[in-house]
Ligand binder design. Structure first.
Ligand code: KG4
Ligand code: ZN
Length: 327
């Protein structure tokens, strides 16, 4: 089985070819960081235009890398939401056009499902059910992944996502965009106990998240401290919240065989190390995809497409793009 995957829901344009037996034959990615940097965040209109310009060439390049043509592909998987609607439309319409022209089935993939199943692309031994901490720029959720298209949401954020807090902290500290990797780098030089930042919702009975108060506290305290100390203290506060909330969710994750993390913030070394220790504490396997598979990419969309295709799930060509689409 060979699946072409397309991703364009935020500020990465990507195309990938993945097989049913987990081989990533090609994965191409074009970031738009330079275009958005002057604004300190992603500008939806600029993102959509950039996706239009590069997606088609990326598909051709990926097919070339793999030595394949569209005729070799079994199905085309495109992100159909959630995300910035202009960008989602570009990828989904491109997927529909390719599917129609080549006479192949379309698979409309929920971007969150791409993240949720990506650990199974990286690890052939990861079986359902598993407890997934999905932490990205737009989402912070705990999900019990029971099977393909079977996701039970145990918790979500009541305000901001963890990645959003990383990006905002980077902006306050003048570390640039995108913020996550910059804060992680700065944190290595700082003292995580230097700035007394809050741990919102820590200890509360339901495993939900909140990061707005932490963001506000960083803005308030940053002027009085060294940037590296703020970065280190902020990162530690996020780690403490993620661990406390995930520990709470483990009580509700009946039968989970592994603790799994995915999404852009899963690329963070401190987050991974703390979750690994938590998994060990509970006698669970810990699975984290490699960093390139944590941040947005098309291989995870192609893989989710492969899982859905194997389960007999395809979608009609009039499937709508969705800005909001809970798993
Ligand atoms: O999954 P992703 O690429 O896009 C969304 O679907 O949101 O996640 C992007 C988010 C951004 O907020 C970025 O700052 C964060 O992931 N991120 C990180 C790291 N790398 C990316 N956060 C902390 N540490 C990192 N190393
Ligand atoms: Zn994402």
């Amino acid at each position: 089985m060979l699946i072409l995957g397309l991703e364009s829901s935020c500020d990465e344009t990507a195309a990938a070819l993945v097989t049913g037996d987990r081989q990533v034959l090609a994965h191409r990615l074009a970031g738009q960081e330079a275009a958005h940097r002057p604004y300190g965040g992603v500008v939806p209109e600029i993102a959509a235009r950039a996706h239009v310009e590069v997606l088609q060439p990326l598909v051709e390049a990926a097919l070339g890398d793999a030595g394949k043509t569209l005729a070799d592909v079994d199905a085309i998987a495109a992100t159909a939401g959630p995300g910035l609607i202009g960008g989602v439309l570009v990828g989904l319409v491109t997927g529909k056009a390719l599917a129609h022209a080549a006479g192949k089935p379309l698979i409309a993939v929920n971007h969150l499902e791409g993240h949720a199943l990506s650990p199974r692309l990286a690890d052939p031994d990861l079986d359902f059910p598993y407890l997934l901490l999905l932490v990205s720029g737009g989402h912070c959720q705990l999900l019990l992944v029971e099977g393909v298209a079977r996701y039970r949401r145990l918790a979500t954020t009541i305000d901001d996502a963890a990645g959003e807090a990383f990006d905002k902290t980077a902006k306050i500290l003048g570390l640039g965009f995108p913020g996550g990797p910059a804060v992680e780098r700065a944190a290595t030089e700082g003292d995580a106990r230097a700035v007394p930042l809050p741990r919102p919702l820590k200890g509360s009975p339901e495993p939900h998240f909140s990061f707005a108060g932490l963001k506000a506290a960083v803005a308030r305290m940053a002027p009085d401290h060294a940037a590296a100390d703020v970065a280190a203290s902020f990162q530690q506060a996020v780690v403490d919240c993620l661990i406390d909330r995930t520990r709470r969710a483990l009580d509700k994750a009946d039968g989970a065989t592994a603790l799994v993390v995915a999404g852009g913030v899963a690329a963070n070394g401190a987050v991974r190390a703390a979750l690994q220790a938590l998994a060990a504490e509970h006698g669970l396997r810990f699975v984290a995809p490699p960093a390139w598979l944590c941040t947005d990419n098309a291989a995870m969309i192609a893989w989710a497409g492969a899982e859905r295709f194997a389960a007999g799930l395809t979608d009609p060509l009039d499937t709508a793009a969705r800005a909001r689409w809970p798993l």
